[in-house]
Design a protein around this ligand. Structure first.
Ligand SMILES: [Zn+2]
Ligand SMILES: [Zn+2]
Length: 220
C-alpha cells in the first residue's frame, strides 16, 4: 500500500499556503509519504482572476503538481476543498474535468446541491475538519464522510470525536492540511499500489474504510 496525504494545498491557488508545488512535494518525499490528493481551496477569496480563467489555472496547477510529484517518484490525484456557507468540504474521486461541468461556481451551491453534483459523477464528499474552531459536523445525510485533520495550527485533530461520530457507518479520511506555517505532520490514507486514477480512488473509498495514518499533534 502507498500512503497519500489526503489534504494538501499549493500557493499558486491557495493564497493562504506558503508553499509552492515543488516545496509540498519535497516535504512529502522527505517524510516518506508516497502521494497526495491536491485539495486546493475553491472559495471566493482565492479567486483572483476572471472565474473561467481561474478554473483553468486551478486545473493547470493540478497538472503541474502531478508532474512535479511524478518527477520525484510520488503520485498525485485531483481533489478540491470547496467552501460552502463558511464550512469546508473535500471532494475526492472526480477528475479535474469536473471543474467545467457546473453551471455556476461550486461555492454558490447549497451543500445538498454540491453533494448531488459529486454523487452524480461518482465521487465522494467529505466534511473537512468538522470540529475545528468550535464547529459542529453537518448532517450525515449530506456528506459521505468526515475528516481527521492534522493541521498543527489548531492544536488537536479531533480524531476521537470523528471516530465516535462515524462509528463505522461513515467514511473517515485523514490529511495534513499543510500550509507551510507549521511543522509537517505525517499522516494520510493508505491506497493500493496500483491505484492510478480518481475513478479508481472513488471505487476504493466506496469499498470500505481504508487504513489511515493518524498524527497526534505536537504543540509548541
Ligand atoms: Zn488554507
Ligand atoms: Zn485545507
Amino acid at each position: 500500500m502507498k500512503l497519500y496525504d489526503f489534504h494538501t494545498h499549493t500557493s499558486a491557488i491557495s493564497l493562504c499556503c506558503r508553499l509552492s508545488r515543488e516545496q509540498v512535494v519535497a516535504a512529502l518525499k522527505k517524510e516518506g509519504t508516497d502521494g497526495l490528493v491536491l485539495t486546493n481551496h475553491y472559495a471566493p477569496r482565492h479567486v483572483n482572476l476572471p472565474f473561467e480563467e481561474w478554473l483553468l489555472k486551478y486545473q493547470k496547477e493540478f497538472e503541474l503538481t502531478k508532474e512535479a510529484a511524478e518527477k520525484e517518484g510520488l503520485s498525485a490525484l485531483f481533489g478540491m476543498e470547496v467552501t460552502i456557507e463558511g464550512r469546508d468540504f473535500l471532494i475526492y474521486g472526480l477528475p479535474s474535468s469536473a471543474l467545467f461541468e457546473s453551471e455556476k461556481p461550486l461555492f454558490d451551491y447549497t451543500l445538498g446541491e454540491l453533494h448531488a453534483f459529486v454523487l452524480k459523477r461518482g465521487g465522494l464528499l467529505i466534511h473537512a475538519h468538522p470540529f475545528r474552531s468550535k464547529g459542529s459536523p453537518v448532517n450525515g445525510a449530506l456528506v459521505d464522510g468526515y475528516e481527521i485533520n492534522c493541521h498543527p495550527l489548531y492544536g488537536y485533530s479531533f480524531a476521537k470525536e470523528v471516530h465516535e461520530l462515524c462509528d463505522g457507518k461513515k467514511l473517515i479520511t485523514c490529511g495534513s492540511d499543510y500550509h507551510g506555517d507549521t511543522y509537517k505532520p505525517k499522516c494520510g490514507v493508505y491506497l493500493p499500489d496500483d491505484l492510478q486514477s480518481e475513478e479508481e480512488l472513488a471505487a476504493f473509498l466506496k469499498s470500505g474504510q481504508p487504513t489511515l495514518l493518524e498524527h497526534t499533534i505536537v504543540k509548541g
